[in-house]
Ligand binder design. Structure first.
Ligand code: ADP
Ligand code: MG
Length: 723
C-alpha cells in the first residue's frame, strides 16, 4: 500500500474527539467579537467627541480628520497590544480575488537603544504597500507602482491570532495615486452608494418623507470540500491548480445521495466547531453548517450583513476554513470543481435591499401600500437582470466556474429569474388589472388590493435557477465557491441602481394625486413586466427544453469565461458603470484585461501540470504495468503455458494513445505571440483545453485498469471516502 494512503488512513482512524478547543456553546456570546475593534470598544475607549466624529464617518462617509485619526490609532493600538498584538497590517482586496496583507511592527527604535510604540493616525488611515506586482490592467505604470491603501472605517479592524503572535488587521481600500480603484472594495462601496441614492429617490416618490440610508445586504453560503491532507499533498494538481486534472470516477459516487444533510463525520464536525469559534471571535455571525450533496462536501453560511461587511467576512470565512483544516489533518478545497463527475461547489449569494427605517424592501408587505413598494423594487430587479444579464454572467466568469455553469448540477450559464408560482400569478394579475375600479377576479390594482400571502423563505426548492426570489431576497446561485462575492454584488447594486433610476424618472412624471399616482405605478409595472418578463422562468433550468426556449426568447447563453467576458465588455456595461460612478471606463477596461490574464494563467498552469503529470507519473506507471504484464506473458510462454494478453493489449493501446495525446498537447501549449488577451483566451479555449481533455480521457482509462499498487496518485475513492 502506498505510504500516502497509509498515512491518510492512519490519520482518519487515529483522530480522537476531544482534540478540539473547548469553546462550548454556552460561552459563545462571551467571546463573539472579542477580536474585533467594534462599536463597543470604540465607545468605551474613545473620548465622546472623537467617537461621535468616527460614527459620523462610518454612517455618512465624511472624512476622518487627522486629530481624530491619531486618537483612534492610539486607542486601537493599545487595545491590540493589550491582547498580544505585535504587528498591524492593512488588509486589502486586490483583483486576484484573494486578500493581501503587509505586516509592520508596532515598534520602532527610539534612538536610545530601546523600542517605542510607533503607530499614528496616518499609519492607521493610509498605507503604501509596494504593490507593483498586483494586477492593475495597465492603470499603474511601474514608476508609480506604489498605490495606497486607505482604512475603510465601515469595516472594523480585528485581530488575527497566529501560533506565535497576533496581528491587528485593518480592512482597507486600495487605489492608485491617481485615485483609481485597484481592488474589489472601492467599486463595492461606490455601488452601495449608487443603489442607496436611487432607492431613496424611489422611496420618496412612494411617500416616505425620510427613508434613511438604504443598504444592500448579503448572505453568502459557502460550499467546500475536505479531504485528508496527506492525499492532498500527493496530488500536484490539487496543490497547484486546486482541482484534480486526472482521476476516474469511484465505484460509488454520489448516486445514493446519502451525503446531503447526513451525519457529519466526527473529525469534520470537530473541524467545523473550531472554524465556528474562530469566526465568532472575529465577529462573523456564522449560523449554518451541514453536509452537502457530494461526498466530502460541506457548507457554511453566516447570517446576512451589509454588503461591505459581509464581503470582508466572507474572505475571513475562506481564510479560516483553510487555516483550521491542517490542524485536523485535512485540506479544504475551495475550487469550483475539484473532482470531475462529482458535484462542484458554489457560493449562493443571497442579496436584498433595506434600511432601518423602511425595513427589507424585498419583503411583500401587508398593506396595499407596502405591496406597491415591494412590487416596484421587485420589478426593478427583474428589469435589471434582463437588461444586464451579460454583466451578471460576466461577474462570475473565471476558469474554475466554467466546470460548473452549464453542467447539470449548477445553474446554467443562461441568466433567468425564478419568482415562484405565486408571484408569477401576481404579476399576471397585475398585468391584467388596472383601474381602481377593476375588481374582477384574477386582477390586481396597485395601491388598492393586497397581495395573496407569498411563501416566505424558499418553500419552493427550485435549485436549478441561477437567480431566484426566495421570499424576501434574491439568491444568485451562479457565484463560484472560490470567488470573492464583491464582483457579483458590484454588478447587482449597479444594475439595480440603474433600474431604480429609471423607475424614479418615470414616476416623477406621474400626477401626484394618490389614485392617479397608483395608476401610473400600475402602468409602469405592466410596462416593465411586459418588456422584461422574458427573463422570468420557473421551470427546470437544466432541461434541454429551457435551453431551446431561452434561445427563442433571445436570452444570452455564454458557456465559457472567454465568451462571457467578451459579451460583458460592451458599451452598455461601460456606460452603466460610468453613469453610476462605480467604475470609470479605464477602470472597467483594465479589469477585463486582468480577468482575461487570470484566465490565461489559470488554464496554462493546468495545461503544464497536465503534461508534466502525464509524462512523469501516469505514463511511467502504465509502462511499469505493461512490463509486469508482458513479463508475465513471456514467463508463461517460457513455461509452455498459454496466457491471456487481453489486458496487455489494452494497456499497449492506451499507452500509445496517451503518448500521442501528450505530444499533441505539447505542440499547442505555447500560445502564439502577439495575441490580445481576449484572443489568448480563445486560443486556450478552442485549442488547448480540448487537448487537455483528450489527454485526460486516455489517462483515466489507464487508471481504470492499471494495478492499484502501481498507480502514483491518490484516487477519487481515497480522497472522497477516507474521512
Ligand atoms: P438556504 O439553504 O435555504 O439557501 P441558508 O440558511 O443556507 O438557506 O442560507 C440563507 C442565507 O441567506 C443566509 O446567509 C441568510 O442570512 C441569508 N439571508 C436571509 N435573509 C436575507 C436577506 N433579507 N438578505 C440577504 N440575505 C439574507
Ligand atoms: Mg443553504
Amino acid at each position: 500500500m502506498s505510504i500516502t494512503r497509509q498515512k491518510a488512513i492512519e490519520s482518519a482512524i487515529q483522530y480522537r474527539a476531544g482534540d478540539e478547543p473547548k469553546l462550548g456553546c454556552k460561552e459563545v456570546p462571551s467571546y463573539f467579537g472579542v477580536n474585533v475593534f467594534g462599536d463597543d470598544q470604540m465607545k468605551a475607549r474613545l473620548p465622546k467627541d472623537i467617537y461621535a466624529s468616527l460614527r459620523k464617518t462610518i454612517e455618512e462617509g465624511v472624512p476622518l480628520d487627522t486629530r481624530a485619526a491619531d486618537v483612534v490609532a492610539a486607542a486601537m493600538s493599545r487595545w491590540a497590544i493589550e491582547r498580544g498584538a505585535t504587528h498591524y497590517a492593512h488588509i486589502f482586496y486586490p483583483l486576484t480575488g484573494l486578500t493581501a496583507e503587509k505586516h509592520d511592527s508596532f515598534y520602532s527604535p527610539d534612538g536610545k537603544g530601546h523600542l517605542t510604540i510607533d503607530f499614528s493616525g496616518k499609519q492607521l488611515i493610509q498605507g503604501e504597500p509596494d504593490a507593483s506586482s498586483f494586477p492593475s490592467g495597465g492603470i499603474r505604470a511601474t514608476f508609480e507602482a506604489r498605490g495606497y491603501t486607505a482604512w475603510d472605517v465601515t469595516s472594523p479592524a480585528y485581530l488575527m491570532e497566529g501560533r506565535n503572535g497576533t496581528t491587528l488587521c485593518i480592512p482597507t481600500a486600495f487605489c492608485s495615486w491617481t485615485g483609481e480603484a485597484l481592488d474589489k472594495k472601492v467599486p463595492l462601496l461606490r455601488s452601495m452608494q449608487a443603489v442607496n441614492r436611487q432607492a431613496q429617490r424611489v422611496l420618496r416618490l412612494l411617500g416616505h418623507k425620510d427613508p434613511g440610508m438604504i443598504t444592500a445586504s448579503a448572505g453568502p453560503e459557502q460550499e467546500y470540500f475536505l479531504i485528508d491532507r496527506s492525499l492532498y499533498y500527493a496530488r500536484p494538481d490539487l496543490l497547484s491548480a486546486g482541482r484534480t486534472l486526472f482521476g476516474t470516477r469511484p465505484p460509488k459516487g454520489q448516486e445514493l445521495e446519502d451525503q446531503y444533510f447526513g451525519t457529519i463525520p466526527a473529525r469534520v464536525l470537530a473541524f467545523m466547531t473550531e472554524v465556528d469559534s474562530e469566526l465568532y471571535k472575529l465577529g462573523v455571525p456564522v449560523k449554518t453548517r451541514h453536509n452537502e450533496v457530494a461526498p466530502a462536501q460541506y457548507e457554511i453560511a453566516p447570517v446576512f450583513e451589509t454588503a461591505n461587511l459581509a464581503t470582508d467576512h466572507q474572505y475571513l470565512v475562506m481564510q479560516v476554513l483553510q487555516s483550521v483544516a491542517p490542524k485536523y489533518g485535512l485540506a479544504c478545497l475551495l475550487h469550483e470543481k475539484p473532482f470531475a463527475g462529482i458535484n462542484g461547489s458554489g457560493k449562493h449569494l443571497n442579496w436584498s435591499l433595506g434600511g432601518p427605517k423602511v425595513g427589507n424592501l424585498l419583503n411583500p408587505g401587508e398593506t396595499p401600500q407596502d405591496n406597491m413598494q415591494f412590487l416596484v423594487f421587485c420589478a426593478a430587479v427583474i428589469r435589471a437582470v434582463d437588461l444586464h444579464a451579460v454583466m451578471l454572467r460576466g461577474a462570475v466568469a473565471h476558469a474554475g466556474n466554467d466546470h460548473r455553469l452549464g453542467a447539470n448540477e449548477a445553474p446554467p450559464a443562461i441568466i433567468s429569474v425564478f419568482v415562484g408560482e405565486q408571484l408569477a400569478e401576481v404579476f399576471e394579475q397585475l398585468v391584467a388589472g388596472g383601474s381602481r375600479r377593476s375588481k374582477k377576479a384574477g386582477t390586481l390594482a396597485v395601491g388598492v388590493d393586497t397581495l395573496p400571502p407569498l411563501p416566505k423563505d424558499a418553500t419552493d426548492r427550485n435549485r436549478t435557477s441561477p437567480f431566484a426570489f426566495t421570499g424576501n431576497r434574491f439568491e444568485f446561485r451562479a457565484v463560484g465557491s472560490s470567488q470573492s462575492i464583491a464582483g457579483p454584488q458590484v454588478v447587482l447594486n449597479t444594475i439595480v441602481a440603474e433600474s431604480l433610476d429609471y423607475m424614479a424618472a418615470e414616476l416623477e412624471k406621474a400626477p401626484k394625486q394618490p389614485a392617479k399616482f397608483n395608476e401610473a405605478v400600475q402602468k409602469l409595472l405592466q410596462k416593465v413586466l411586459k418588456e422584461h418578463g422574458r427573463v422570468i422562468f420557473n421551470g427546470d433550468n437544466y432541461s434541454q427544453e429551457w435551453h431551446d426556449e431561452a434561445a427563442r426568447r433571445g436570452l444570452p447563453n455564454t458557456r465559457t469565461t472567454p465568451e462571457a467576458l467578451d459579451a460583458m465588455a460592451c458599451d452598455a456595461t461601460f456606460q452603466v458603470f460610468e453613469t453610476y460612478n462605480v467604475l470609470s471606463r479605464r477602470e472597467a477596461e483594465s479589469r477585463f484585461e486582468i480577468y482575461r490574464e487570470k484566465y490565461v494563467k489559470d488554464v496554462l498552469i493546468e495545461a503544464r501540470l497536465c503534461l508534466t503529470m502525464a509524462r512523469t507519473m501516469i505514463f511511467p506507471a502504465g509502462v511499469k504495468y505493461q512490463k509486469l504484464l508482458s513479463q508475465t506473458a513471456a514467463d508463461l510462454a517460457a513455461l509452455g503455458k498459454s496466457g491471456c494478453t487481453t489486458t496487455l493489449d489494452e494497456v499497449n493501446g492506451l499507452l500509445a494513445n496517451l503518448q500521442k495525446a501528450m505530444l499533441e498537447l505539447e505542440s499547442v501549449i505555447q500560445i502564439p505571440s502577439k495575441l490580445s488577451a481576449a484572443r489568448e483566451c480563445r486560443y486556450l479555449l478552442d485549442t488547448v483545453i480540448p487537448m487537455m481533455n483528450a489527454l485526460r480521457k486516455e489517462a483515466d482509462a489507464l487508471e481504470h485498469i492499471c494495478s492499484d499498487e502501481l498507480w502514483p496518485l491518490p484516487t477519487y475513492q481515497e480522497m472522497l471516502f477516507i474521512r
